[in-house]
Design a protein around this ligand. Structure first.
Ligand SMILES: Nc1ncnc2c1ncn2[C@@H]1O[C@H](COP(=O)(O)OP(=O)(O)OP(=O)(O)O)[C@@H](O)[C@H]1O
Length: 250
C-alpha cells in the first residue's frame, strides 16, 4: 500500500456516555480529495475537529506525513501544513480582502520577513497575498472590504486565507453551506483546480459536489465508518443507500 499523507487509526471521541466518533480509521492519499459523508449528527464535524487538533480524542492515533501528531495542538498542526477552513468567523469584515490574506501570510511567516525594510515587508506580504487571491478567483476583489463581499466570495476568501498557511492538507467543513447554485459551482471548480497542490478532507452535504470532486468517500453513521470506497462503490453500497442516500431520496 502506498504511504498515506494522513492515517487515522481507531479515533474516538465521547462526551460522557455519548460516543460521538468510534474507532474511526481512514487513510488519505496525497493529492486526493477524501469526502466524509453521513446523516446529520453522525459525528462529521467532531471528526474534523479531532483531525485539526481543536478537540482532543479519547482514543486512537493520527499520523500525518509520517509523524504521530495525536497529541499536538491545532497551532502545531497548522505549522506542519494541516489546516482547517470554512469557519466564517475567521474573516475580518472591516479589512480588505487583500489585508485579510496578508495578515494570514504574516501570521504564518512570523519573523521571516524581518530582514526586509518595513515598506518592502508590506510589498512582499501583499505580493504573496495577491497570489492566493488570484488562485481563488478573487484578484479583482483585492481592495473590497471582506464584509461587503457576496457569500460565495467570502467562502473563496476563506479559502485564500487558508492557502496563506501553505497547507499540504486542508480540512474543509461544509464549504458549500449556504451558497447558491452558481457560487457552489464556482467553489467546486476551485477545489478541483487546487487538488494538484493540496490534499483535502471534505465534509459536505451537497452530494452532487461530493460525487463530482471526491476520489474516495467514507460514510460515517452513528460515529462509525460503515464503508470507504470510490464514489461509484459508495453509491452502489446497500448499507449506504439504507443509511444515507435512501434517506435523502425519500
Ligand atoms: N460538545 C458536545 N457535547 C455534547 N455532545 C456533543 C458535543 N458536540 C457534539 N455533540 C453531539 O455529537 C453528535 C455529533 O455531532 P456533529 O456536529 O459532529 O455531527 P455532524 O455529523 O457534523 O452533524 P451535521 O451534519 O448536522 O453538521 C451530535 O449528537 C451532537 O449533539
Amino acid at each position: 500500500m502506498s504511504e498515506a499523507l494522513l492515517s487515522v487509526r481507531n479515533l474516538s471521541k465521547s462526551y460522557g456516555a455519548l460516543k460521538v466518533t468510534q474507532d474511526v480509521s481512514i487513510d488519505v492519499a496525497e493529492g486526493q480529495i477524501h469526502a466524509i459523508i453521513g446523516p446529520n449528527g453522525a459525528g462529521k464535524t467532531t471528526l474534523i475537529s479531532q483531525l485539526s487538533g481543536q478537540l482532543r480524542s479519547n482514543a486512537g492515533q493520527v499520523v500525518y506525513a509520517g509523524e504521530d501528531i495525536t497529541r499536538l495542538d491545532m497551532a502545531a498542526r497548522v505549522r506542519r501544513g494541516l489546516a482547517r477552513s470554512f469557519q466564517l468567523t475567521t474573516l475580518l469584515p472591516g479589512f480588505s480582502a487583500l489585508e485579510n490574506v496578508a495578515l494570514a501570510v504574516q501570521a504564518r511567516a512570523g519573523s521571516s520577513f524581518r530582514f526586509f525594510r518595513p515598506a518592502a515587508t508590506e510589498t512582499a506580504l501583499n505580493d504573496e497575498a495577491m497570489t492566493h487571491l488570484a488562485s481563488t478567483g478573487l484578484a479583482d476583489r483585492a481592495s473590497r472590504m471582506a464584509g461587503s463581499l457576496s457569500h460565495g466570495e467570502k467562502r473563496q476568501l476563506e479559502l485564500a486565507v487558508a492557502l496563506a498557511t501553505r497547507p499540504r492538507l486542508l480540512l474543509l467543513d461544509e464549504p458549500l453551506a449556504g451558497t447558491g447554485h452558481d457560487e457552489a459551482a464556482r467553489l467546486v471548480d476551485l477545489f478541483a483546480a487546487l487538488k494538484s497542490r493540496v490534499t483535502m478532507v471534505l465534509i459536505e452535504h451537497d452530494m452532487d459536489a461530493v460525487f463530482a470532486l471526491a476520489d474516495k468517500v467514507s460514510v460515517l453513521v452513528y460515529g462509525q465508518i460503515v464503508v470507504t470506497g470510490t464514489p461509484a462503490d459508495v453509491r452502489a453500497d446497500p448499507k449506504v443507500r439504507a443509511a444515507y442516500l435512501g434517506e435523502e431520496a425519500a
